[in-house]
Design a protein around this ligand. Structure first.
Ligand code: B12
Ligand code: SF4
Length: 543
């Protein structure tokens, strides 16, 4: 049925932006952290003159009185929050009928599923698109002229011409738009059992194309740097809210001359932040940048090591070796950084032993924190003709709430899904064990010990949901693996053809939305989780 979207009689003045949390706890559930995208979009709208309020559910849940007084609602969600978002959006539609826009990573990859509850999907970076779309809605201009969106018209989905992300992104997110957000006192932290973490962005995109990662299609305008002085103004503004700060950049030190310039300015400003950054291992090649980072307040570095298994690093096209990872860890420790190592597990080259060895590596090399994330591969990507990162027939889907990067959602080739789930629970338990905490204390690393205790506590809560999920995996995998735990691909494909209720259907539907032919069932092992760097379809006029 066609839903006619009428601009409200008084035009569009009041906009409410909402980001709901996932349904299961993740590694951020003990943080009060303004995720970057939604406050950023809210600020863009506010600076254009709209009356904007932003709700981040973990700060303060959205209030119906404000929603009811709005002319338009914007949602941003990670996949894990998609079902909750759908429920609230349905309620808004039913009771208010105002236009609903959704953007962010989840919406960009699963537009059709989002258009069941939203009127418009904004693809990729929404900085420019949102202003044009709201302006078109307010003035009654044909939305088909707005590039970078999709909308439903009866059973048909229209996708307008694609839009590349902006070259400049100097907007300083205005955190005062976030309802209930304020600097946390020690009392607040104790009362809420949460720590504050501020977010700032200096660059977008990534120059690499790891096969399990979607950054290149999400930020397909490539790697871009923000004006240094704009970052500094942002930092000055954020200091009023606290001192723990995360640069959300995918690779903070990708263009070293730029990063050095930024770090020098941060040193001059001497704002007193305690900073964490995400960088690739190449950062360790440059002692000057490491020295500047230390002086600018960077204490913790988050790095994607992904695996200690050479075949897996090759399959991921990570362009790093175990030897280089080891050398990097040694150098970063010499400079006094704490290290968070992230591992992506469950590749076709992985076995249970791979996870054990990865955890051994973390312990032997005394990383402060480690995360083991199972491949999350439901994104439809241009991989040998639009396979998903995980081929559709090997997907497991029990609902969006399980898509938070901790639940196993595919059939690994060389271990059962339940084995992978158990192995990653065990790996986290080992690296956050009491023994590791005491070891850090004995070595005089009290901050390391503190981080391990916090993560141990968080993991205890996260693992509860994962354990409850294991019987579901065991039921699915029954009869699909041989005696040495190798997936019987043909048997799985037959089962999927006959029934396959657990497979991920939204991927197929989203591909149809993009105007592509539906996913086929690839039957050869060659077509498995060995993705190639994808790119967005050339252009899709409305159809
Ligand atoms: C930095 C980062 C983190 C940081 C900080 C996150 C933060 N709060 O800012 C840390 C390390 C803490 C983290 C943690 C997690 N992360 Co994270 N993270 C990222 C990363 C690398 C960058 C996010 C970012 O800030 N980008 C910069 C801003 C500008 O981009 P953006 O938020 O996407 O917003 C832009 C557009 O999307 C769009 N947009 C966004 N919302 C809206 C809304 C509207 C209406 C419009 C019009 C446009 C729009 O416009 C914005 C401006 O251009 C992304 C990967 C990536 N590059 O996107 C993963 C990513 C977001 N994380 C992911 C995950 C799974 C997690 C965790 C759940 C992992 C875990 N298991 O614990 C946790 C929990 C996150 C949480 N609850 O908030 C996934 C989400 C997957 C999904 N399908 O939902 C991503 C996409 C990585 C991946 N696996 O592919 N993460
Ligand atoms: S995983 Fe690879 S492609 Fe993705 S952001 Fe990191 S380095 Fe870039």
């Amino acid at each position: 049925m066609t839903r006619v979207i009428q601009p409200p009689a008084r035009g569009i003045q009041r906009i409410t932006c909402i980001q709901l949390s996932g349904e299961y706890p993740d590694f951020c559930y003990r943080l009060v952290m303004p995720d970057y995208g939604m406050p950023f979009i809210g600020t863009v709208l506010s600076e254009a003159g709209y009356d904007v309020t932003v709700y981040m559910e973990h700060v303060k849940p959205p209030e119906w009185s404000r929603i009811a007084a709005s002319d338009l609602v914007c949602f941003s969600t990670l996949s894990a929050g998609a079902d909750k978002t759908r429920r609230l959006a349905h309620e808004i539609r039913r009771r208010l009928g105002i236009p609903i826009v959704i953007g962010g990573t989840h919406a960009s990859y699963f537009p059709e599923s989002c258009l069941e509850f939203a009127d418009f999907v904004v693809f990729g970076e929404g900085d420019e698109t949102i202003l044009e779309l709201v302006e078109a809605l307010a003035t009654g201009r044909d939305v088909a002229t707005v590039a970078g969106i999709a909308y439903a018209d009866g059973d048909r989905i229209h996708r307008t011409l694609p839009r590349r992300g902006p070259q400049a992104f100097e907007t300083i997110p205005n955190f005062s738009l976030i309802e209930g957000y304020r600097r946390m006192s020690t009392f607040d932290m104790i009362r809420r059992g949460k720590m504050p973490l501020l977010t700032v962005q200096a660059s977008r995109g990534c120059q690499f194309k790891c096969t399990f990662c979607i950054v290149n299609t999400m930020f397909e305008a490539g790697y871009r740097k923000r004006d240094v002085e704009s970052v500094i103004r942002d930092l000055r503004d954020k200091r009023q809210y606290g001192r723990e700060l995360l640069f959300v950049d995918n690779d903070f030190a990708a263009i070293r001359p730029y990063t050095k310039k930024l770090l020098r300015r941060m040193i001059e400003e001497d704002l007193g932040f305690d900073v964490m950054v995400l960088t690739r291992i190449e950062v360790a090649r440059d002692p000057e940048i490491l020295d500047l980072m230390r002086r600018a307040g960077v204490t913790q570095i988050y790095q994607g090591y992904e695996s200690v298994q050479p075949e897996t690093l090759t399959a991921y096209d990570k362009k790093q070796t175990l030897e280089k990872i080891v050398a990097t860890v040694e150098t970063l420790h010499r400079f006094g950084f704490r290290i968070s190592g992230s591992f992506v597990v469950g590749a076709d080259t992985d076995t249970v032993e791979t996870l054990r060895r990865s955890a051994d590596f973390v312990i032997d090399h005394e990383l402060t924190i480690a995360y083991f994330f199972p491949i999350w591969g439901h994104y439809p990507e241009q991989i040998r003709g639009y396979q998903a990162i995980v081929p559709w027939y090997r997907s497991i889907f029990r609902g969006w709430k399980y898509c938070d990067g901790n639940f196993v959602t595919h059939f690994p080739l060389r271990m059962r899904p339940s084995q992978l789930q158990r192995a990653l629970i065990e790996a986290h338990q080992r690296v956050f064990s009491i023994e590791r905490v005491l070891h850090a204390l004995r070595r005089g690393k009290s901050q390391d010990a503190k981080e391990k205790i916090t993560h141990r506590y968080m993991w205890w809560t996260i693992a509860k949901g994962l354990r409850e999920y294991i019987p579901f995996l065991e039921e699915l995998e029954d009869g699909l693996y041989d005696a040495v735990d190798t997936l019987q691909v043909d048997r799985l494909a037959r089962r999927v053809r006959d029934d396959g209720w657990w497979t991920f259907r939204d991927g197929n539907r989203s591909i149809a939305t993009l105007g592509l032919s539906p996913l086929e069932l690839p039957l050869t092992v060659d077509n498995n989780i060995t993705c190639v760097p994808p790119r967005l379809p050339e252009a899709h006029a409305t159809h």
